[in-house]
Structure formats: structure tokens, C-alpha cells
Ligand binder design. Structure first.
Ligand code: SF4
Length: 325
């Protein structure tokens, strides 16, 4: 029978993350887990239905952004112009994110032109930025199709950094590149972070890549963060069964270490009809009865490490559906 009740898709639900200046927060999870939706919310491309993105204590996106209705928020808002300067994004596919009919110099300098910077000064800034990302000033007159994939991603990075942002959201920035080129672009991003004091929200389905780049890692499953920890803690002692399964897919030299964690089985369920209780329970090798009906809370595991899993509930509260995260 036809059910007239519209299905509600919560692509991102109850996520709370903090990122310090000059640091990298890695966000990892399978395709479809909500990472890219979260990225678009953070840069203001997608308004969240509830909640806020704050930058240095000021509202960047969500309720109260750009002087709109605050929904009870008291923090001051960042203007649209300042927001465009402070937060930038590097996309997965540099070819589709660059206008094929514009020279890369025009694409890189676009934000400066919008801000009213005179042409000569703009061209000088673009030339400097091209050199900073390992290209040559004369590349400014070329079109995107004249570059290799790795060079195009360097152009995309130059375009993102030309405004000297505080935060750069990198959404799968190397997943369309060959392995050898991936390493070059990752090293470039790290080098630029050091030089410019950038904060990165680094998003990838590949825990190995996230581990290479991040100081702190958040693991996402079906729209929720299920584990968060300093990078070294997460790799040495993952607390959530989903994190352990993701780790099993990271290449390691020692086969004994690979066998430490069971591989992930089954497909990601639909976010429109997520499983009851713990959404990971149909795929979890450590599932218990309580997991099928009671959503797990957000539990402290170690210094800086939290997991959304009944295995880490304090012994006095096995049914911990009320915890927040
Ligand atoms: Fe597995 Fe239960 Fe933990 Fe969910 S709450 S990850 S099903 S042990």
C-alpha cells in the first residue's frame, strides 16, 4: 500500500566537530556516508536545517549566518564577502571544477577580481600563487585541458588559496589522481599548510590518506560521527568496530597486523531507512542484542578519543540511548 508520509533523509545528523588553526581534521567514511554533504555545509554551499558553523566564534553558516534570523544564536555573523575570503574548498575533480573556457589565470584570480583588486596587482598575485603550488607564472595563460590531472589539482589549490583563507575544505582532493601524483599533491598541501598556517578539513574514503594528512580523525557512518580521536590513537587503538573494519582496508606491510581487524562486509544501508538501534549493527562483527534496538551514546574511551558504541558504555548504563555526541 502507498504510504503518503514523506521519507526523511538525514544525510548529516547531530555532527559536532572542532578544528584549530593550522591543524588538519580528517573526516573518513564510505561513499554515501554524508562526508560531502557535511563539506558543503561547512563552506556554506548547503544550508543546514539546524545548527551552525562557527569560525573564530562567529557564525559562518546555518542559523544566524549573514545577519539572518539567529534562531536563538547570540554569536555575531561573518559577512558574505569575508566568508568567501576565509573559507575555501578544493574539490575531487579539478577538471569539472575549473571553467574550460577561462584561462587558469582568470580562474585563480576570479575572487580577487570580485573583491575589486586592480588587474596588474591581481596578475602578480596569481603569478606568485602559481609558483607557490609548483607551476610557472606563464601557465596563467593556458586553459585547463592543457594540464595533466595533477597540474590541474595544483591550479585548483592555487585558486582556493589566492584569498589567503583560514580554512580549506579538501573533499577527496586526490582520489581522482594516480598514486604517484597523489603523494605529490598531498605533500604540496602539507607544505602550504605550514607556510600559510592553514586549517584543513580533509575528507576522504581512504583512511590511509586521511592518516597521512591529519592531526585528528573523525569517522563517519550514515550521517553520524561514530569515532573521533587523535590520529595516532585512532590508528593504534581504534575503538569502534567500523573504524577497525576501515583499518583492515589500509595497506600495511605486516600481514599479521592486517589480520588484526576483520574486513568490512555488506553494503552501506540506505540513509532514508537506516537500521534501528545502532545503524552499523547489520554489519558489525561484535553486535549484541542491545545494538539492534538501542542507539548507542557517545562515550569517552581514552584521552581525546570518543566512540558511539555500546561496547564503550560505562558498565552501569548498558542502555545508553540518551547520550549526545
Ligand atoms: Fe557494533 Fe553494537 Fe557497537 Fe554498533 S553499538 S558498533 S552494533 S557493538
Amino acid at each position: 500500500m502507498f504510504d503518503p508520509t514523506p521519507a526523511v533523509l538525514r544525510a548529516v545528523d547531530g555532527v559536532s566537530l572542532t578544528l584549530d588553526r593550522g591543524r588538519t581534521l580528517g573526516l573518513v567514511g564510505e561513499s554515501g556516508c554524508g562526508k560531502s554533504t557535511l563539506a558543503r555545509m561547512v563552506v556554506g554551499l548547503l544550508p543546514p536545517s539546524a545548527g551552525q558553523v562557527l569560525l573564530d566564534g562567529r557564525v559562518f553558516a546555518g542559523a544566524g549566518a549573514d545577519g539572518g534570523a539567529s534562531g536563538g544564536a547570540t554569536a555575531p555573523a561573518i559577512s558574505r564577502a569575508e566568508a568567501a575570503q576565509l573559507v575555501q574548498m578544493v574539490f575531487q575533480d579539478p577538471f569539472s571544477s575549473l571553467n574550460p573556457r577561462r584561462t587558469v589565470g582568470a580562474s585563480i584570480g576570479e575572487a580577487l577580481a570580485v573583491a575589486g583588486m586592480p588587474g596588474a596587482e591581481r596578475r602578480a598575485r596569481v603569478a606568485d600563487m602559481l609558483q607557490l603550488v609548483g607551476l610557472r607564472p606563464e601557465h596563467a595563460d593556458r586553459y585547463p585541458h592543457e594540464f595533466s590531472g595533477g597540474q590541474r589539482q595544483r591550479v585548483a589549490v592555487a585558486r582556493a588559496l589566492i584569498t589567503h583563507p583560514a580554512l580549506v575544505v579538501c573533499d577527496e582532493p586526490v582520489s581522482s589522481l594516480d598514486a604517484s601524483v597523489q603523494a605529490q599533491v598531498l605533500n604540496l598541501l602539507r607544505d602550504l599548510q605550514e607556510r600559510m598556517g592553514l586549517a584543513y578539513l580533509f575528507i576522504s574514503h581512504d583512511l590511509g590518506v586521511v592518516g597521512h594528512m591529519s592531526d585528528h580523525v573523525a569517522v563517519m557512518y550514515l550521517g553520524k560521527v561514530v569515532e573521533e580521536a587523535p590520529r595516532d590513537v585512532l590508528f593504534a587503538a581504534p575503538a569502534h568496530p567500523y573504524t577497525r573494519a576501515l583499518l583492515a582496508s589500509v595497506p600495511v606491510r605486516d600481514p599479521a597486523r592486517r589480520a588484526e581487524h576483520p574486513a568490512l562486509s555488506g553494503d552501506l544501508p540506505s540513509p532514508i531507512a537506516p537500521p534501528s538501534g545502532c545503524p552499523f549493527h547489520p554489519r558489525c562483527p561484535q553486535v549484541m542484542d542491545v545494538c539492534r534496538s538501542v542507539p548507542p551514546g557517545w562515550h569517552a574511551v581514552a584521552e581525546g578519543q570518543h566512540a558511539r558504541c555500546h561496547l564503550h558504555a560505562p558498565e552501569s548504563s548498558p542502555a545508553d540511548s540518551g547520550a549526545a555526541g
